[in-house]
Design a protein around this ligand. Structure first.
Ligand code: CP
Length: 301
C-alpha cells in the first residue's frame, strides 16, 4: 500500500475492497462505532482550508475512536491569517510531532507537501475540484452494503459534475470494477468535462438517464466554485435536473439514492431524500467507519 492516500488511484482494486471490508470491523452489531485504543502514541492533525462538516468531523471522531491525539487545526485563528503559507504551516505541525495530516485545500498542494515532508503521512480530505478519495471509499462501501457488490450495476450521477471532486474520485474508483453502465447527467454547462467521458456516457435527459438505474448519485450546484456568477433559473433547473419521486420512477424500484452532502434540495426533493430508497444518512455514518479503516491502515505504515 502507498504511504499516503493522495488519490483513489493510490489504491489497487484489492486494496479498495480490503479497506471497505476492514471498515466493517469498526461497527458493532448495534451499529455503534467501536472505540479501540490502537494508536495512543499517534497525533493526527485535521487541517481544513475549506469548510467541512462531514469529512472534518468524521476524521476527528475516527481518530479519537482509535485512541489518537487529535489536533483540530483552525485556519481562521492560525498564522495563515498573518501570511504564513500552507507549506510552513504543515512543516511547523510536523516539527511539533504530528504523525498524520488530514488535509483539505482548494489547491493542489498535497503532493508537494508529501514529497517535502516524508516523515509525515498525508490523507487527502478534498483537493479543489480534483479529488476526494475517502468520499469515494465511503460511497463504494455504501453501495456494497446495499447491493452486495459493485459489479454489474447501472449507476447514474447527476448534477454539477464539472466542479465535483466526489465525481472524479468515484469514477476513478469504480473504474476498477465491471459495472454495467455509468451515465452522467445534468445541465450541459455543468457537465462540459463529461460529454465525451473516458468511461460511461452523457445523457442530458435525466429521465432517460435514470432508466433501470440501480444507483443514483445526486450532487449539489457548487456555487462557490463558479468563476463567474451563475445565471440560472432555479425553477427551470429543477424541472430538468432535480431528482423527484416522479423522475425516480424510471429507475429500478430498489435503486439506492446517494448524495455526498451538504444537500440544498435543489438537486433532490425532500421526499426523495427521506424516501426508503435514500442511503444518504448511511453515507454519513459510513464516513466514520471508512476513516477509521484508512487511519488505522496508514498509521500502521
Ligand atoms: N461530503 C463532504 O465532503 O462533505 P463536507 O464538505 O461536509 O465535509
Amino acid at each position: 500500500m502507498a504511504k499516503n492516500l493522495l488519490s483513489i488511484q493510490d489504491l489497487s482494486k484489492n486494496e479498495i475492497l480490503d479497506l471497505i471490508t476492514f471498515s466493517n470491523n469498526f461497527i458493532d452489531n448495534e451499529g455503534n462505532f467501536r472505540k479501540e485504543d490502537l494508536f495512543p502514541d499517534k497525533t493526527v492533525a485535521n487541517v481544513f482550508c475549506e469548510p467541512s462538516t462531514r469529512t472534518k468531523s468524521s476524521f476527528a471522531i475516527a481518530a479519537g475512536n482509535l485512541g489518537c491525539s487529535v489536533l483540530d487545526f483552525n485556519i481562521d485563528n492560525s498564522s495563515i491569517q498573518k501570511g504564513e503559507s500552507i507549506f510552513e504551516t504543515v512543516d511547523a505541525l510536523n516539527l511539533m510531532g504530528v504523525d498524520l495530516c488530514v488535509l483539505r485545500h482548494p489547491e493542489s498542494v498535497i503532493q508537494e507537501l508529501a514529497v517535502s515532508l516524508p516523515k509525515m503521512v498525508f490523507i487527502n480530505a478534498g483537493e479543489g475540484s480534483i479529488s476526494h478519495p475517502t468520499q469515494a471509499l465511503l460511497d463504494m462501501k455504501t453501495i456494497i452494503d446495499h447491493k452486495k457488490s459493485l459489479d454489474g450495476l447501472k449507476i447514474v450521477i447527476v448534477g454539477d459534475l464539472d466542479h465535483s471532486r466526489v465525481t472524479s474520485s468515484f469514477v476513478e474508483g469504480i473504474s476498477n470494477f465491471p459495472i454495467e453502465s455509468l451515465t452522467f447527467s445534468g445541465h450541459p454547462e455543468m457537465c462540459t468535462n463529461y460529454q465525451s467521458p473516458k468511461i460511461g456516457n452523457y445523457e442530458p435527459d435525466l429521465e432517460k438517464a435514470l432508466k433501470d438505474a440501480d444507483v443514483v448519485m445526486t450532487l449539489r450546484i457548487q456555487y462557490e466554485r463558479f468563476q463567474e456568477e451563475l445565471n440560472l433559473d432555479l425553477d427551470t433547473y429543477k424541472e430538468s435536473y432535480q431528482l423527484s419521486s416522479e423522475k425516480l420512477e424510471n429507475a429500478k424500484g430498489d435503486a439506492i439514492i446517494m448524495h455526498p452532502g451538504p444537500v440544498n434540495y435543489v438537486e433532490i426533493t425532500e421526499a426523495v431524500y427521506d424516501s426508503e430508497n435514500s442511503v444518504i444518512r448511511q453515507q454519513i455514518a459510513n464516513g466514520v467507519a471508512i476513516r477509521m479503516a484508512v487511519l488505522s491502515q496508514f498509521l500502521s505504515g
